[in-house]
Design a protein around this ligand. Structure first.
Ligand SMILES: *Cc1c(COP(=O)(O)O)cnc(C)c1O
Length: 232
């Protein structure tokens, strides 16, 4: 099941990339593994998944202990409390969900303590939704310009979760806006940052995201099936 799902997603990713005149190799499929146990994560990696995105610190810690992610890179994609950064910094390849100044400062402090450089993305609240965290689009440039103050963090791009949409295609303007922000920042040649990763697109909208410049999609449901939130 998981292998077939992944093959089907890859076919759709490739078609979306070609249609947009892009190289399919330029888009990474990150499996959003929340609420899926180590066995299912391993099954996905055996079927070719090279990147796993985890939402909760507790799940990340438990599955790492079970060697669930062996053979793939691991990203943190959920809301991260500052008092838990020591459980994530240095343990994941990329923290995609840096959504506020206090978290950036806490990651810097922990990475300095560990004497490592942690790769990060800034999460943008692209729909200006009150229910979501993330930097406002107009705040991103100043953060990118100030990254020299965070020598143990390396900014590699942006992540966004647009508002839930009913209509297909309706998130395109948000994806396009993220791409535009990235292009603007790239043009400024700030020291030691890049905008190579644009993490946008999920099960319901990844083809639109690819059409608009996404380089990484985070897909859960289409790989693993619907999550059962009733059992804990
Ligand atoms: C769960 C999750 C996803 C994947 O969502 P699906 O709709 O199941 O593909 C992507 N990004 C984040 C941050 C998530 O929490």
């Amino acid at each position: 099941m998981i292998a077939e799902n992944i093959a089907a997603i890859r076919a759709r990713m490739d078609a979306a990339a070609r249609k947009a005149g892009r190289d399919p190799k330029d888009v990474v499929l990150c499996a959003a593994t929340k609420m899926n146990g180590a066995d299912r994560v391993r099954e996905a990696i055996a079927a070719g998944i090279t990147c796993c995105g985890e939402n909760r610190v507790q799940e990340l810690t438990a599955k790492r202990a079970e060697h669930a992610y062996d053979g793939a890179s691991v990203h943190f994609i959920g809301h991260l409390q500052t008092n838990k950064v020591n459980k994530v910094v240095g343990k994941v390849d990329l923290i995609q969900s840096v959504d506020r100044p206090e978290l950036l400062a806490a990651i810097e402090k922990e990475a300095a303590k560990q004497a490592i450089v942690q790769d990060i993305l800034l999460e943008i609240n692209i729909g200006a939704e009150e229910s979501k965290s993330g930097y406002a689009p107009e705040a991103v440039d100043a953060v990118a310009a100030a990254m020299e103050q965070y020598p143990h963090c390396r900014l590699r791009g942006l992540m966004a979760i647009p508002p839930v949409s009913e209509k297909s295609g309706s998130n395109c303007r948000f994806f396009t806006e993220i791409k535009r922000i990235a292009v603007d920042i790239t043009a400024k040649n700030y020291h030691n940052i890049s905008m190579e990763i644009l993490s946008m697109g999920m099960t319901d909208d990844f083809e639109d995201a690819i059409a608009c410049g996404s380089t990484m999609i985070r897909v859960g449901t289409a790989i693993f099936g619907a999550r059962d939130y009733s059992k804990k």
